[in-house]
Design a protein around this ligand. Sequence first.
Ligand code: SF4
Length: 262
Amino acid sequence: MPADKGLIFNIQRYSIHDGPGIRTIVFFQGCPLRCPWCSNPESQGAVRPLTWTKNGKTETISHWVTIDEVLDEIEKDEVFYRTSGGGVTLSGGECLVQSDFAANLLREVKALGINTAIETTGAMPLKAIKKVLPYTDYVMFDLKIMNPILAKRVIGDDVGQVKASFEAALATQTAQVTPRVPLIPGYTTKPENLQQIADYVHEVGINEIHILPFHQYGSQKYEYLKRNYTMKETPLLTEQEVDDIHQFFTDQKITAIVSGLE
Ligand code: SF4
């Protein structure tokens, strides 16, 4: 993977969902997982430029960019980062798939005095997160399916790898780490999975998590990609169901904050 160029599919300015304050989000192409609920299905798979067909037109949805090109976009909103306590977040896909580019970009952003964050699910060998941690102020770390056999079968995830990456982030003592749990009916919200998440965060000494209720915002993208979206008929969680999960974590002495978007 090149260290001086990255393949990205979006730069979103003025986000308030992906870390503190007003942020610019850089969406990285590529993800080794296959979560059936993924709201960015265009990011899945290898790091390669992709096209989709939208309103009868074929569009290229990811582009190679240099660090300077991304920095030019980022610097446009420096004043907002300063006044809101915001900054820059690398998202995806899984930004650790392009860990050399991610590390170089984060280093340059940090050198400008701008707060840096990553959204990750840690689904890469440990060395990937170790490259970016020295330049990362805030890690939003998704914990999904914790049973190793189910995780491997359903989303292609290696729970051992996830835990190793999570614990490496915690061990830095410099990055703030927030575990996030996407609440996906039939998958992550099963009682035994929630219990395994609670047990794990206790084990690593954390008492606060963010919970992100399931949404359907990405469903149209599956049509553009001519892919079947298996969760189209899955209803959103009711307020009561989210409250019950919140209460479950409260009973476990874990503060659960209902948070933005998965
Ligand atoms: S880890 Fe995120 S980007 Fe990758 S498949 Fe799952 S939801 Fe999609």
